[in-house]
Design a protein around this ligand. Structure first.
Ligand SMILES: Cc1cc2nc3c(=O)[nH]c(=O)nc-3n(C[C@H](O)[C@H](O)[C@H](O)COP(=O)(O)OP(=O)(O)OC[C@H]3O[C@@H](n4cnc5c(N)ncnc54)[C@H](O)[C@@H]3O)c2cc1C
Length: 476
């Protein structure tokens, strides 16, 4: 290990280290000047909770698994922290470098390697964006229905986060799609895990251990995904209500009826209006204060229309005002786009977002706890999310926007998390622990479990060079 005269960890800016790294990735693919690096120091985490990025970092953009392997071997031997970075759309500062080191961007590894129509599989490099992989699947007459929010997210990033999103009700979250993976371990070894098999239980399932590990166990370089036949027909329902408990009480009944939509989203009307305004559009549904937005997808329109009728009947029992059936593809895309951009409309006035999940039958109960909290602190707390998965996002707004005094932020977050945990839920359904929820992770996790996770981390990354300060608390 190279260390400075004080015996501390090396500063990455040392010319001899930079020169060795440049030899691995090539002159043009190493950034060390501050200005071009600035965009790599943040992700989509709200500024109020974003940790301070380190000063002494470089960005490297390798083009192959071999380069990544050489790079990690070098970093490991020299004790240099490495921060994997995908599209930078994460919401928990997972890719933010909080100590001096190397930001490893996968952006150049962006090839779709194969779409295997016979087996409904796609293999792609980790840096392929969600937009490109959806397009590649569609061009082959197949579909990758998952949509975790921002289409500039990369495949490796989505896998590293265990991403979910709006379209996870029918086919599951990303871990239900991943069938094979290539990964580079922090010591530089390359592992190939599983492949195109639908069944494979040979040994421990390390591949699923990597899913959701947020760049702390290995760099994902290649992924094989299971695709679905093209979902030729889609229908989007907008169901307005005046009462949000009744809105949410509809959800478990739809699922109990055996109707499995692609997406069941819960939103407030004013959030759709706000998001539409931000996009320069308008939101035309004026009835009700709350909506379920439900996407039905399949191959036969008549079946979808019959399901829509079934949902309408259930919604009526819960005093829905109406059921609007949208069949025009462009209008459906518009609705989902407006829904998907609520985050950006709220970001300037948001201090923090929570990402809890409870069982779908418990979401109305969870919501009543949120209402008590909002009343106690005299604040408005927008809530929306993936109701079909029991996953709700709560935005804690700034005091100026009718939200909360900054001094009460930690207290309120604790009360939200306590409520979710008491209902058998989790503090994070899809965004992850990252760098900003480690304290809470420790608070709500069994010490034995944390100990096992630490042992797993040590086995993969004995020198703790990969994304330090992420997921696991410093002290167990
Ligand atoms: C508007 C908006 C809406 C969103 N909606 C959703 C949603 O509905 N559901 C949802 O799940 N998420 C959502 N997200 C969060 C985000 O899009 C996901 O977390 C995404 O999966 C992260 O991908 P990324 O490529 O941007 O990763 P980054 O943000 O770059 O990194 C995320 C984590 O993955 C690690 N990582 C990245 N690439 C690799 C790799 N190749 N190997 C190993 N580790 C790696 C990083 O170190 C970091 O810890 C939303 C974000 C935005 C901005």
């Amino acid at each position: 290990m190279i260390s400075d005269s004080s015996g501390q960890r090396p500063t990455i800016m040392k010319p001899e280290l930079i020169s060795a790294i440049r030899d691995i990735v090539g002159e043009e693919w190493l950034l060390s000047d501050r200005d071009p690096i600035l965009d790599y120091l943040i992700d989509e985490t709200t500024p109020a909770v974003l940790p301070t990025p380190a000063d002494d970092v470089i960005v490297v953009k390798p083009s192959s698994t071999q380069e990544i392997s050489n790079l990690l071997k070098f970093a490991n031997e020299n004790g240099i922290p490495v921060f994997p970075r995908g599209g930078g759309t994460g919401l928990v500062a997972g890719s933010v470098p909080t100590s001096n080191g190397i930001i490893l961007s996968l952006e150049r590894m962006n090839r779709v390697i194969e779409v295997d129509q016979d087996n409904l599989m796609m293999t792609a490099e980790a840096g392929v964006t969600l937009l490109s992989l959806k397009k590649a699947a569609a061009e082959a007459g197949l579909s990758f229905p998952l949509h975790p929010g921002d289409e500039s997210a990369q495949l490796g990033g989505m896998v590293a986060c265990g991403a979910g999103g709006a379209s996870a009700v029918k086919h599951g979250v990303i871990s239900d799609y991943v069938k094979g993976m290539e990964v580079v371990l922090p010591i530089g070894e390359v592992l190939t895990l599983k492949g195109k098999l639908l069944k494979d239980v040979a040994g421990y399932d390390l591949m699923h251990l990597l899913i959701g590990s947020q760049g702390t166990l290995g760099i994902i370089t290649k992924v094989t995904l299971r695709l679905h036949p093209e979902l030729k027909e889609t229908i989007t329902l907008v169901i307005p209500y005046n009462d949000r408990y009744q809105t949410l009480q509809t959800v478990p009944e739809i699922l109990q009826e055996g109707i499995v939509p692609l997406a069941i989203e819960f939103v407030e009307r004013n959030l759709m209006e706000k998001s539409a305004r931000k996009l320069g559009k308008s939101w035309s549904v004026k009835a009700g204060k709350y909506y379920l937005i439900i996407v039905l997808a399949g191959r036969d329109r008549n079946i979808l229309l019959a399901e829509a009728e079934g949902i309408h009947k259930i919604a009526q029992k819960h005093n829905a005002i109406d059921t609007l059936i949208v069949q025009n593809k462009r209008k459906q895309d518009d609705i989902l786009n407006i829904r998907g951009k609520i985050y950006f409309a709220l970001k300037p006035i948001t201090m923090d977002i929570t990402d809890i999940a409870v069982a779908p039958s418990k979401i109305a109960e969870f919501l009543s706890e949120l209402d008590k909290l909002a009343a106690k602190y005299g604040m408005y707390m927008p809530v929306f999310g993936h109701a079909g998965d029991g996953n709700l996002h709560t935005h804690i707004l700034t005091a100026e926007a009718g939200g909360l005094e900054r001094a009460n932020l930690e207290k309120v977050k604790k009360e939200i998390y306590d409520a979710a945990i008491q209902l058998g839920g989790t503090i994070t359904a899809e965004h992850g622990i990252g760098k900003i929820r480690r304290k809470e992770f420790k608070r709500y996790t069994d010490k034995k479990l944390l100990g096992i996770m630490k042992a797993v981390k040590d086995a993969f990354d004995p020198n703790n060079i990969l994304n330090p300060g992420t997921v696991l608390p410093d002290e167990l």
